[in-house]
Design a protein around this ligand. Sequence first.
Ligand code: CA
Length: 542
Amino acid sequence: MKKINRRSFLKALGTAAGAAALTGLTGCGGKTSAGTSAGSAAAAGEESVAGASLDIHFHSNNKYTISDGDGKLLPVFQKAADALGITVNNTANPVATNSVQEFELQATVQFPSDIYGGTSVRQAVNSYAALGAFLPLNELIEEHAPNLKAFLEEHDEVRRSLTAADGNIYFLSYLPDGGVGRTYFIRTDWLDKLGLEMPTTFDELESILYAFRNQDPNGNGQKDEIPVFNDKWEEIIRLANLWGARVYAYDTFNERVVMDENEQMYHAWIAPEFKEAMIGMHKWYADGLIDPEVFSRKANTARQTLWTQTNVGGMTHEFPASTGNYNYNAELLASVPEFHLAAFKPVCKNGKPFEEHHRVVAKDDGWAISAKCKNPVAAIKYMDWFFSPEGRIASNFGIEGESFTMVDGKPVFTDEVLSQTSVQTYLQTHYGAQLPIGFAQDFAYEVQWTPQEGVDAFDLYNSEVTYAKANPTLSFTEEEQAVYDTYVSTLNTYLNEEVTGFITGKLDVEAEWDAYVAKCKAMGVDELVKIYTSAYERYKSL
Ligand code: CA
């Protein structure tokens, strides 16, 4: 995230908010109902907000708002408004632009809409909240959000993940479901052709990759096979897992301070085993096992290019549903009828394999209520609706009779939905389902468009694979956040350059390693580890 001077924002908000930030009061001018006594909670929970109106500024994935291209509210958001008898207006710019910048622009006008949200804005919301710009939701939830309250009581890890450093909840996150993130997939048609078995050890995998490279499994007489590739270059770095090195804390590539089995934080990219991984990965790169264009290829094009278009790709580490679907890709099967992928379990050079990529408890995407909100009760009730039984179905599956039908009490997508290239994108753009507001994802949504090989991958990883200890979603104090903002972006830029050099051979790992570690220390690596440690200690005490 870019560095933001939030103190100047505090000045702009004026003395009322400044005082609120200092004394821990809620927002501006006593407009909130957060101070309502607990005794009236039950009665207040029934209170109607019909006739209220909410302005919502939500911008996600650099392109989505809660309205369609014509400015009409997306069906799921309209359904939520209808359920409460309120009016909802989209105030976010419908133009495709950077969602975080769209959010930050609103700081310059002091967040005038009622609800704010989008992708990757959790830390920013918590920082602005510390300056009085967003309402603490704890009492609002307690008194007016029975569905959300019940959900948080049932999911303590979610409650802790949503809690900011000052003990309040300001931000309701998108809560993924399903556990398994990426898994390893390999071409079983190539294994069959070369008379090889699925790999169960590092050495077996390595010899398979050399066979893919040297024995022409695509049968065109050319040495054009690319045994290992990824849709994103950041993901190829995670191959270091095969040498026993950790790489990312969870599914955000910027998070590189990880914890060991004893819950001690360390920076993954300067660990001794990471050095061994760089030496090994350089050898693989030099021997043609790793995609030579991995650092220059356009993101999210490798599977399409190296499977569908050129049939040269061997193995990857990707999401089970979308990857398994290549087994049913008509265009691909027309030219390579025998094409087939299956998942295999991680292997490790040190004999202790693990998978690192697990879905996070709470994403950095979601929404919050502005301190300027004219009706906080209506806002929290609107947010609560998405945790009600009908809201959970709508936020996952869309609209009954249109995107799904109920079969034996369960939502089942229509053929039209299931025939889409990307079910998720279709639901987001046509219905507003699966947009990353504060909602709880239901894995049943994904299972319906996951092919058998993807389901097999989920089962294999859920039942037989050891996962590395993942960081929970951590919240920083203002002081910690300032440290983070000072170091993390420039450090990561440096790490990316150096590690690219190590893998491609532009830099010699043995010769450069000590200087690289020293430079990382000079760039704040120890300070970062310190703030992650204190944030984690606080998380554990919640
Ligand atoms: Ca070939």
